[in-house]
Design a protein around this ligand. Structure first.
Ligand code: SAM
Length: 271
């Protein structure tokens, strides 16, 4: 996978950000995910194995086959998951989800996708492929972005303009920054049943100032992960980035500021 086709790129800094992101969001991403009855899990778009590691800790009895398209991500995942690979709990595969063909197709109890479908040009095709790997009755868990929902108070025009360019750029490289809202009909179209979708908001104000500051900073780092690309594309200017930084500082510190973002969780079953 060429790095220009992937918004965040494959630098060491970005790979470290994925590990931090998975840990930071763990209480929110895993709330309501019950893999107790899963013996074999397929994780698609595993990146550097950040979620894989968390899943093995939370559910030590299951076995994971984890797939990513990028050689670089798989190479780093191999290092991050060395003990789990050695013990046979995890196997890694470099494959394109759009041509997913696991040797053990039809044997997986569940599939886990996290911050992944937004990066795939044909998310419906990816979901159809995942369905074919699952057993009858197998379950899929998707946690995906809905970037339209990001808002900070006080009103922050430089931040919102940068965010528009971030999402517009992702759209231009055939990504899907608003895919969370589409999960229900994509899963239906891909042949899943018992589809449940949930809005999962992060909404922090003066009642929880530490969390508000932590989330404002965390999302700021996500925005900055595309800084070089957006500058090179001429979509943002250094001055605009300075203004955005000042706005984020206000959101982190002002007494009556608000941070809001919502991701989407969808679960469904193979009939
Ligand atoms: C934002 S990362 C998320 C990684 C991981 N799920 C996590 O939460 O840390 C998205 C990953 O999807 C992978 N990816 C993008 N397109 C893919 C495709 N067609 N098939 C498999 N993996 C793909 C990228 O290489 C990247 O590692």
């Amino acid at each position: 996978m060429a790095s220009q086709d992937y918004l965040h790129g494959f630098t060491k800094k970005e790979q470290d950000r994925l590990i931090h992101q998975a840990r930071f969001l763990e209480p929110y991403v895993y709330a309501g995910i019950d893999l107790e009855h899963t013996a074999r899990l397929l994780e698609v778009g595993c990146g550097v194995g950040a979620q894989t590691k968390i899943i093995t800790r939370r559910f030590p009895d299951l076995k994971i086959d984890a797939v990513d398209l990028s050689k670089d991500q798989i190479a780093t995942a191999k290092k991050n998951l060395a003990p789990e690979i050695k013990s046979g709990q995890v196997r890694l595969f470099q494959q394109d989800a759009l041509q997913l063909h696991m040797k053990d197709a039809g044997k997986y109890d569940s599939a886990f996708l996290c911050w992944f479908l937004e990066h795939v040009p044909k998310p419906l095709e990816a979901l159809k492929r995942v369905r074919k790997q699952l057993k009858k009755g197998g379950k899929i868990y998707c946690s995906e972005v809905f970037n339209q929902s990001l808002f900070i108070e006080p009103y922050s025009p430089a931040y919102l303009k940068y965010w528009f360019e971030f999402n517009d750029y992702q759209w231009s490289i055939k990504g899907h920054p608003f895919i969370g809202a589409q999960l229900g009909h994509l899963l239906k179209e891909a042949g899943f049943v018992d589809i449940q979708t949930e809005i999962r908001p992060f909404h922090f104000d003066s009642r929880e100032p530490e969390k508000r500051a932590a989330f404002a900073e965390f999302f700021f780092q996500i925005l900055l992960s595309a800084e070089k690309t957006l500058l090179a594309e001429g979509r943002v200017s250094p001055e605009q980035i300075q203004r955005m930084k000042a706005e984020v500082e206000i959101c982190k510190k002002a007494k009556d500021s608000v941070f809001f973002y919502s991701f989407m969780r969808a679960t469904a079953r193979v009939p």
